[in-house]
Design a protein around this ligand. Structure first.
Ligand code: UDP
Length: 338
């Protein structure tokens, strides 16, 4: 039976489905014949990005509302994207991150267990590794997160492991590297407020919405002195979520997978490529290192490729930046002006 046939009756709960990665996964689920309910508190998500399935405004802190949601819908699985994602903020307000990303996830898991929903695809992060001792980073690399954000994600991974032992929950913890790019059809994309990520900031400078881009540190141990990151296209991330869901359904096993594209690009390479793609001037300013940034983060996604049959399609930097640019122009010319 193919995925599309089986998917016919499947109803998936997508928490955080109005956010960046969640909205792309939600779109792809519908393309593959799944139905979805998006649950989002719209703290950072955007209603405009939740275009598929039904939408429920709600918060994972509200346990009664969660139980009610599970009462009313027969979910076959949960894709859990809802979380705070500002690493710097997590250092200043750790309690906020542990409450939302850990405690509220536990509310969700309790509701799942109570209602017999035993499959979760979880948004984890390469931040669980901390400073890498080996590149590319495999899944069995030591876990030593250096922020409350990373530690919270690691805690949830541990909780999932224990719940799988105790209750037969099957989960996939997907450790994303740097999510980037936008839906190639231009319907949805990255939309953070405040924005802290490199590519949208660079594109803001290209649009003239920002005077320049700060380069955080030029004395790293890399060929051009700036940090190297593994930018993985958001549509590829979404595809990995579907592959993971199918794996949970057919193999009845849990797993932890890195999702990266295996290529690293430096901050300067990203800016140079953005100049080529946009044809615009992008001014830069060299500033101090940002605390907590390792020299290079590159993931090995060999396990996801072998086990889930997933390989990224948007591996070129021009393609990743090109899709982000198309979306970024639309966001600024149509959506934010509306
Ligand atoms: N970066 C930068 N200037 C910025 C924002 C980010 O030089 O205004 C660098 C940052 O130090 C890191 C890379 O760009 O090396 C990617 O950062 P981002 O915040 O996009 O993602 P992160 O790696 O923190 O998840």
């Amino acid at each position: 039976m193919g995925m599309d046939e089986r998917a016919g009756q499947d109803l998936i709960l997508v928490t955080g489905g109005a956010g960046y990665v969640g909205s792309h996964a939600n779109k792809l689920l519908h393309r593959h014949g799944y139905d979805t309910v998006v649950l989002d508190n719209l703290a950072y998500g955007h209603k405009e990005c939740s275009k598929w399935g039904s939408f429920v405004l709600g918060d994972l802190a509200d346990r009664d509302a969660l139980l009610d949601l599970f009462e009313k819908n027969r979910f076959t699985a949960v894709m859990h994207f809802a979380a705070y994602t500002y690493v710097g903020e997590s250092t200043d307000f750790p309690e906020k991150y542990y409450q939302n990303n850990v405690a509220n996830t536990l509310n969700l898991l309790n509701a799942m267990i109570e209602h017999g929903v035993r499959r979760m695809v979880f948004s984890s992060t390469c931040a669980v590794y901390g400073n890498p001792v080996k590149i590319p980073i495999p899944e069995d690399h030591p876990l030593d997160p250096i922020s409350p954000y990373g530690r919270g994600k690691q805690m949830v991974e541990t909780i999932l492991e224990d719940l799988s032992e105790a209750h037969g929950l099957r989960y996939a913890s997907l450790r994303y590297f740097n999510a980037a790019g936008a839906d190639p059809e231009g319907e949805i994309g990255e939309w953070h407020d405040p924005e802290t990520h490199l590519i949208p900031l660079v594109l803001d400078a290209a649009l003239g919405r920002r005077e320049d881009v700060k380069i955080f540190g030029t004395d790293y141990d890399t060929p051009d002195g700036t940090c190297i990151r593994d930018y993985i296209h958001v549509t590829d991330l979404a595809a990995a979520h579907l592959a993971a869901l199918e794996y949970l359904e057919t193999k009845h096993k849990s797993g932890i997978f890195n999702l990266g594209n295996g290529n690293g690009f430096s901050v300067r390479q990203v800016i140079d490529e953005a100049r080529r793609v946009t044809g615009r001037e992008i001014r830069t300013r060299q500033v101090e290192r940002r605390p907590g940034d390792p020299d290079a983060l590159i993931g090995s996604s060999e396990k996801a490729s072998r086990t889930l049959g997933w390989t990224p399609r948007f591996t070129d930097l021009p393609e990743i930046i090109g899709t982000a640019w198309e979306w970024h122009k639309k966001l600024n010319s149509e959506i934010l002006r509306a």
